[in-house]
Design a protein around this ligand. Structure first.
Ligand code: HEM
Length: 366
């Protein structure tokens, strides 16, 4: 079966990193990205400072919304986009910047088109592929230039788009899912806040190292990632040689679709596979444990290149915002709907939130 994804690859051979074929060009580009992301601060204190800088804009947005019911969608997309922009371009963009608005809209649009019903029709009926139907928009959103060598202007452009997309839609949708659950499980929210208050007492701000002293918060963030299931079918790959698996022969070049949804909900791997329950990541002593089946970033040589950055963002955003605000499901919002909108990334259905300043916080300068 030739899938829409594969057609994406066929249109953009060797371009970027996410959809690049496994081979020397991908290896070269992955090494290049990791080296540069490290040089520009991924995994270092300077990255924490950039993340905290961006969180301050989120805090300002929330402070202006105190007591009102508002939609947090753009707020989290913009924040995640700006963090990766600071690595890629050395600057952040105002949330009203037109280029940024267009880019983020293209990302969210493509994340839905690429696994949506039009992509399935594209896969099933080759005759319709050249027709001006909605799937054409996805190709238009990522049109490359002409130069296609491993290090070229077109490659660099696509690379930046890949990192920007991969670093925006994933983290923001995880945060959106997280706050949807935290509002609807107030006892979980409060227990996080107690732990945060205790561990950060007298400190200006959280740092990644505080994770080690916050087993409950760690468990909650991991449980959020498990239920958010942000990249349900990971990224499609091909077998590079003929392979045997559980008695099945898989020829070289077969399209492989990893099913992360299955592993994140697998009966027998989780204490509570079908409910939101941080106990999935706590042992009897209340210590944080990470089961093997936790793989929202996938596994193997192609696993997420931004895991370290994503984990830092999820921790610092969750802790800083929960320390300062109480998140409330608005009275007139009706029953929460946890069913996600399907795409390459899962997105919670649009929802509204309310915030209150917390009174019990002991934060010197925030
Ligand atoms: C919660 C946030 C995130 C999740 C759940 C996530 C998940 C994933 C998954 C499942 C893959 C596919 C791995 C595979 O093909 O086996 C992937 C690939 C990738 N991710 Fe992430 N990701 C996140 C954040 C980020 C961030 C912040 C960046 C930015 C630096 C990033 C950059 C990438 C890149 C470049 C790839 C392609 C790697 C390759 O093919 O070699 N991701 N991610």
């Amino acid at each position: 079966m030739l899938h829409f994804y594969a057609c994406f690859c066929a249109t953009l051979p060797f371009i970027g990193v996410i959809l690049a074929d496994y081979g020397s060009s991908w290896k070269e580009q992955r090494r290049f990205a990791l080296m540069n992301l490290r040089n520009f601060g991924m995994g270092k204190d300077s990255m924490e400072e950039r993340i905290h800088g961006e969180i301050q804009y989120t805090v300002d947005t929330l402070e202006k919304s105190i007591g009102k019911s508002f939609s947090p969608q753009n707020m989290f997309h913009n924040a995640a986009s700006n963090i990766i922009c600071q690595v890629l371009f050395g600057k952040r963009f105002e949330y009203q910047d037109e280029t940024m608005k267009t880019l983020v809209q293209c990302f969210t649009e493509n994340a839905k088109i690429a696994n949506g019903p039009w992509a399935m029709l594209y896969d099933s009926f080759p005759l319709i592929r050249s027709l001006p139907l909605p799937f054409r928009q996805a190709f238009k959103n990522v049109e490359p230039g002409d130069d296609r060598s491993s290090f070229s202007e077109a490659q660099l452009t696509m690379y930046i788009l890949d990192l920007h997309f991969a670093g925006t839609d994933t983290t923001s949708n995880t945060l959106l899912t997280g706050f949807l659950y935290l509002m609807n499980y107030p006892q979980v929210q409060e227990r996080c806040q107690q732990e945060i208050d205790m561990v950060l007492e007298g400190k200006d701000q959280a740092s990644s190292e505080d994770r080690n002293n916050m087993p409950y918060v760690q468990a909650v963030i991991h449980e959020i990632q498990r239920v958010a299931n942000t990249v349900p079918l990971s990224v499609f790959h091909c077998t590079t040689k003929a392979t045997e698996l559980n008695g099945y022969s898989i020829p070289k070049g077969t399209l492989i679709i990893p099913n992360l949804t299955s592993v994140l909900n697998e009966e027998g791997q989780w204490k509570f596979p079908n409910e939101f329950n941080p106990e999935n990541f706590l042992n009897d002593q209340g210590e944080f444990v990470k089961p093997e089946a936790f793989m929202p970033f996938s596994a193997g040589p192609r696993m997420c290149l931004g895991e370290g950055l994503a984990r830092m963002e999820l921790f610092l955003f969750t802790v800083t915002l929960l320390r300062k605000f109480k998140f409330i499901w608005p009275e007139d919002a009706g029953e929460p709907d946890f069913t996600p909108v399907y795409g390459v990334t899962l997105t919670p259905k649009p929802y509204r939130m309310k915030v209150q300043l917390r009174v019990s916080q002991k934060i010197p300068n925030l």
